[in-house]
Write a protein that binds this ligand. Structure first.
Ligand SMILES: Cc1ncc(COP(=O)(O)O)c(C=O)c1O
Length: 405
């Protein structure tokens, strides 16, 4: 049989609105709208409807849509002619990005990859590498805490506390378990002979927006240090300015042994990072880990631009101040609405517990012209772009009130 020419398989005119079900794998429950354009805090659908975007692409678009600085950085990065070289060779942007991130975090070395889950998988491997050198093969357990979300690959899924995400894929990676999120449990289970690492989010995002207490974070830091267990902070969602601190752990005045980043890091391009102490890095050998795309010159150049702007003290101060105001507004909204049970959050990450299914509120908000996400069955999550000002936030809250009502 002669093969059809490729053109014969590709329709000349792609229909404006695709029929459903389409040829994409059915993994996401998406509304029927199709987004075609973005500008600042807003996105537009094919029918010309406009939406205020308080999802930031799930915590990615810190500067909103169509940011000119990011577009210019992408243009300059592309103009160098080096989009990708593989990790067979040194390139300057990755080196400069590693310098910038290690300086900002006070950690020592950086590894770049392509997503959040990949960053956490990398962190698990680096922590195990270090632990094996310290305590032999028995010191390999990785612990995560109740309510955490660390990704959907096999080891990160085993560290993610979402029974319905885990159940269909058992057996998950071994040597990774979820424990209760309290100090007494940790004192009991953090056995330095068998445990290599503890991972947690300083602000749990997917788990309902839970801001972990600074006292708890300090105790955990002290305990992991005393037991010689590597402490990994997953700052994939809460890091890079979203709390009003460049790193959410700065609030507690502690530094982990490893920190993982992704989401906002490269202005919407896929990128993840693991930052680590010299003690961990010193145990990692060439060939222990790797990735084809991670830290390519194009994505690293764009991330350098993003990082420089996110680390601006004026931006961070605005997120802290306006975020505190947003919290007060949400508390007022909760007090006058009988349909909101609680609000939690910090900076520009907030969770709102509602009486009805969160998915229903998400849908009603979309009908009202506001994009929000959920974080669990009964929690709405607000992740506005960090450039949102009080007026924008107030507009979003009034649309949200309409949706909740
Ligand atoms: C805290 C946290 N860790 C890890 C991940 C996984 O990141 P990715 O979806 O890029 O694999 C997410 C994604 O939402 C996250 O919020």
């Amino acid at each position: 049989m002669t093969a059809l020419p490729l053109q014969a398989l590709v329709p000349d005119a792609i229909p404006a609105v695709r029929s459903t079900p389409d040829s994409l794998l059915g993994l996401y429950r998406r509304p029927s709208i199709e987004l075609v354009r973005g500008a600042g805090l807003r996105v537009f659908d094919r029918e010309g409807r406009v939406y205020l975007d308080f999802t930031s692409g799930i915590g990615v678009n810190a500067f909103g849509h169509g940011d000119e600085g990011i577009a210019a950085a992408m243009g300059e990065a592309a103009a160098s002619g080096l989009v990708h070289t593989s990790n067979l060779y040194h390139t300057e942007p990755a080196r400069r990005l590693a310098d910038a991130l290690t300086r900002l975090s006070t950690l020592d070395r950086a590894f770049f990859c392509n997503s959040g889950a990949e960053a956490n998988e990398g962190a698990f491997k680096f922590a195990r590498r270090w632990a094996r050198e310290l305590g032999g093969p028995a010191k390999h357990e990785i612990l995560a805490v109740r309510g955490g979300f660390h990704g959907r690959l096999f080891a990160t899924l085993a560290a993610t506390d979402r029974p319905n995400y885990r159940a269909p894929f058992r057996p998950l990676a071994g040597g990774v378990s979820v424990v209760e999120r309290d100090l007494r449990t940790l004192e009991h289970v953090l056995d330095g002979e068998s445990v290599a690492a503890l991972i947690l989010e300083p602000v749990q995002g997917e788990g309902g927006v839970r801001v972990l207490d600074v006292g708890f974070l300090r105790e955990v830091r002290a305990l992991t240090r005393a037991r010689r267990v590597a402490l990994i902070f997953d700052e994939i969602q809460c890091g890079l300015g979203r709390t009003g601190w460049m790193f959410a752990y700065e609030r507690a005045g502690v530094v982990p042994d490893l920190v993982t980043l992704a989401k906002a890091l490269a202005g919407g391009l896929p990128m993840g990072a693991v930052l680590m102490s010299e003690e961990i890095a010193a145990t990692v050998r060439p060939g222990d880990h790797g990735t084809t795309f991670g830290g390519g010159p194009f994505v690293s150049e764009v991330a350098l631009h993003v990082i420089k702007r996110l680390a601006d003290p004026a931006l961070l101060e605005q997120v802290r101040g306006t975020g505190a105001w947003l919290g007060e507004e949400l508390a007022t909204l909760a007090a006058r609405s009988r349909r909101i049970r609680a609000v939690r959050g910090i900076g520009y990450i907030w969770g709102i517990d509602v009486m009805q299914a969160a998915s229903e509120v998400v849908r009603k908000a979309l009908d009202a012209g506001l994009l929000v996400c959920s974080a669990g069955e009964f929690t709405i999550r607000l992740l506005p772009p960090l450039i949102a000002q009080r007026d924008d936030l107030a507009e979003g809250l009034s649309l949200l009130e309409e949706a909740v009502r």
